[in-house]
Design a protein around this ligand. Structure first.
Ligand code: MYA
Length: 454
């Protein structure tokens, strides 16, 4: 039997496009560069970031009062701009924020961030990055005349997070910093970096790019954000990159399998996978056998459920994006752990899409599965959906993609069915359709898994 040649370059719609492949992250020496372009006056303690956000938005700390607080926010409508041109332009340094996570100098903070391997919990870092990203965008859009911001800023996308280091010490101070690097009409790209103290110097350990969207005071419609004026060649390059990122995202979304059939290259890859699992004796869609050192994709699945309590709400009384990311990451990590038989390290995060807000009180269903492997690398896709209590209809809220590195080489994964529908799968569910036909490799894999019978 011929081994499947899954070349990264063939997967032009996926995460695994050249330059965004499994080997990106801390292995790439180019990523060691620093884009630390400004100096903040004094860093904010990590514990004060949420308080600062609460203050900016003017929300209550008491769930009982949340409706009243939302009513008050309605009055801020008058501060919303009618056009982007009506807003004063900002510079990158206007939104620059530095946050200190003093794990070394304040050991009492450590427990919350600690893994059993004596490393830093990445899920906690995702939460801190999300809060920082939102704070950065509030700095960019600050309305000096208003006590509270009329904008509701929500996380729309984690474009990518690259790790420059395999693991972080929970015994050394960490600094996070970032600023707005590009703006559209109502969206902003925030670039963040994380540094860890080593031999009395802060060394880069992570780079992240998030996209935040500005909504009106009640989070009902989009709202304009201040233009951004880059200063000097470094900032111009960052802004240009932001523009390119936007173009890439638009191109990706127009190439989604929801809108366009798979390319000839993609079809060939999928068909090759199918042929490699065909039982040569029976030659039928149903009769499939695994190549050596391979696992059926469906066997890699793990699921979990979260009851979304008010404690996990964000400043707009929806569920905090960072919490969703932590929960999805931990399930994804467990999936990779279970699959690879060792405790893996995260090397990259790509394309976390926040498609719909998660309401407080929702039942959040998370499903995770390995969608691609190569050498020691495991690509995991996590899908989350909420179920309506009235009609049981499911709606996709988020899709997450994580890349892990396992201690040892891991088996290949193969989708089992080409012509058959999975038992229990209803193709009438909008959420499920989105889950299947996402533009990622996971989508391709699942497309084979769930393709309706020919
Ligand atoms: C109170 C006590 C608790 C305190 C705790 C504090 C915790 C800290 C909390 C901190 C807070 C933490 C924060 C949280 O917890 S936020 C919670 C997590 N996030 C969400 O819930 C968001 C869910 N998604 C949505 O609501 C919608 O999908 C959004 C609003 C995002 C877009 O909706 P829609 O698609 O209808 O919008 P549009 O068509 O009008 O486009 C508008 C703009 O958006 C751009 N766009 C759209 N999608 C994407 C994309 N995928 N990539 C890149 N860009 C995207 C688009 O290009 C356009 O830009 P521009 O061309 O105008 O520039």
């Amino acid at each position: 039997m011929r081994p499947v040649a899954l070349r990264l370059s063939t997967l032009s719609r996926g995460l695994l496009t050249p330059g965004r492949g499994l080997t990106q992250g801390f292995q790439n020496p180019e990523k060691q560069r620093v884009f630390h372009i400004h100096e903040a006056s004094s860093p904010i303690h990590v514990n004060n970031v949420r308080d600062k956000l609460r203050e900016i938005v003017g929300v209550s700390t008491n769930w009982k009062d949340h409706m009243k607080a939302m009513e008050e926010r309605k009055l801020l409508r008058s501060f919303l701009a009618k056009s982007q041109e009506a807003l004063p332009p900002r510079r990158m340094k206007d939104s620059y924020v530095e946050v200190l996570l003093p794990l070394g100098s304040q050991p009492e903070l450590r427990e919350k961030y600690l893994t059993v391997q004596n490393t830093v919990r990445f899920g906690r870092i995702l939460e801190d990055l999300d809060s920082l990203g939102v704070l950065i965008c509030y700095m960019h859009t600050k309305v000096h005349e208003a006590k509270m911001s009329p904008l509701s800023i929500v996380t729309a996308l984690v474009d990518k997070i690259d790790m420059c280091k395999k693991s972080l010490s929970p015994e050394r101070d960490i600094k996070l910093s970032g600023h707005v690097s590009w703006v559209g009409k109502t969206s902003m790209e925030a670039k963040m970096q994380m540094f860890q103290l080593q031999d009395s110097e802060y060394c880069p350990v992570l780079e992240a790019t998030f996209v935040m969207v500005a909504r009106d005071s009640e989070n009902k419609g989009s709202a304009f954000v201040n233009p951004l004026i880059p200063e000097g060649p470094k900032e111009e390059a960052l802004f240009k990159q932001g523009e390119l990122n936007k173009g890439r995202r638009v191109a990706f979304s127009s190439m989604s399998l929801l809108k366009m059939a798979p390319s000839a290259e993609e079809r060939t890859t999928i068909h090759e996978m199918f042929l490699n699992t065909l039982d040569q004796k029976t030659i039928s869609f149903q009769s499939r056998i695994l190549p050596p050192n391979a696992v059926w994709m469906e066997k890699s699945k793990l699921k979990s459920l979260e009851i979304c309590h008010p404690q996990e709400r964000n400043i707009f009384n929806r569920i905090f994006g960072g919490f969703l990311m932590r929960k999805a990451y931990e399930l994804g990590w467990a999936t990779a752990c279970n699959f690879g038989g060792s405790r893996p390290f995260v090397v990259a995060v790509d394309d976390i899409m926040f498609q719909k807000p998660v309401e407080v009180g929702s039942l959040l269903f998370l499903s995770s599965q390995v969608c691609f492997t190569q050498g020691n690398y495991i690509q995991v896709r996590v899908h989350s959906e909420v179920a309506s209590l009235h009609n049981k209809e499911h709606t996709t809220t988020n899709v997450f993609h994580f890349t892990f590195m396992s201690e040892n080489e891991v088996p290949l994964v193969f989708p089992r069915t080409y012509g058959g529908k999975l038992p229990g799968l209803s193709l009438t569910k909008a959420g499920t359709l989105q889950q299947i036909f996402s533009f990622s490799l996971a989508g391709l894999g699942q497309w084979i898994e769930h393709r309706p019978a020919d």
